[in-house]
Design a protein around this ligand. Structure first.
Ligand code: B16
Ligand code: MG
Length: 220
């Protein structure tokens, strides 16, 4: 028997479109070191930690860097990213986010954040949505990034609810794999062709349908 008790949200690409800001920052950095990133590369970076993303970009550009250079490049990317982020307001919330949060509150379903981003708290503050959250996972405490399910397991632990009684909402392939592998019901935000592993795929949270999710997930 499964009871829907909590919804675990990713941030970038689900609540707000910071994924395009991350990519613009990576593109800028990559250009400086002579790497041209194809647009499709963004899909590989979604949900992936800063250092892992940089590693993928350097591999793609066949660039060899020292540890010091790697750490400087990562800092530089973060500064470019923060420059985009500072302009965020609640107008940057993706469609349907507040309606979805209000519905969950009304149904007494807990709301948790499972973002890999160390800038998540700042973004949440700028979006003015921190008060909706019952628990926010600290990404610094997570050893294995998505697609490992550690961050989602930690999210469920943080509110004392079993993963099978949670739904996870993600825009990245890595995130959907992480949700599925800990037994949560997965909701993909984006294209079905990309997020085909998700239990349900929707365009944005405007299409979030609690009855449909409960029926498909076998929640009572
Ligand atoms: P930062 P999410 C992830 O956030 C992003 O999707 C990913 O592109 C980024 O590299 C990662 O956070 C780390 O972010 O550099 O700000 O620490 O999708 O898990 O909310
Ligand atoms: Mg994301």
């Amino acid at each position: 028997m499964r009871v829907l008790e909590a919804a675990i949200f990713d941030l970038d690409g689900v609540i707000t479109d910071t994924s395009s800001m991350h990519f613009k920052a990576w593109e800028e950095l990559a250009k400086e070191i002579g790497i041209k990133l194809p647009k499709e590369f963004n899909e590989k970076l979604k949900g992936i930690s800063r250092m892992k993303s940089l590693d993928l970009i350097l591999q793609f550009g066949k660039c060899k860097c020292s540890d010091l250079e790697i750490s400087m490049l990562a800092d530089k990317k973060n500064n470019y990213y923060l420059n985009y982020v500072k302009a965020i307001t609640d107008a940057n919330l993706l469609p349907g986010v507040l309606e979805c949060f209000n519905l969950l509150k009304e149904k007494d379903i807990k709301i948790v954040l499972a973002s890999a981003s160390s800038n998540a708290n700042l973004v949440m503050k700028l979006l003015n949505i921190e008060n909706y959250f019952d628990f926010i996972v600290n990404p610094k405490e997570i050893k294995e990034g998505k697609p490992d399910s550690e961050i989602f397991i930690r999210a469920a632990e943080g509110i004392g609810i079993k993963p099978c009684n949670c739904i996870g909402i993600e825009d990245s392939v890595a995130g959907i794999i992480a949700i599925n592998s800990c037994g949560m019901f997965s909701i993909g935000i984006g294209k079905k062709e990309v997020l085909y592993m998700a239990n349900i795929c929707i365009k944005d949270l405007k299409e979030f349908n609690l009855e449909e999710i409960q029926a498909m997930g076998g929640f009572i």
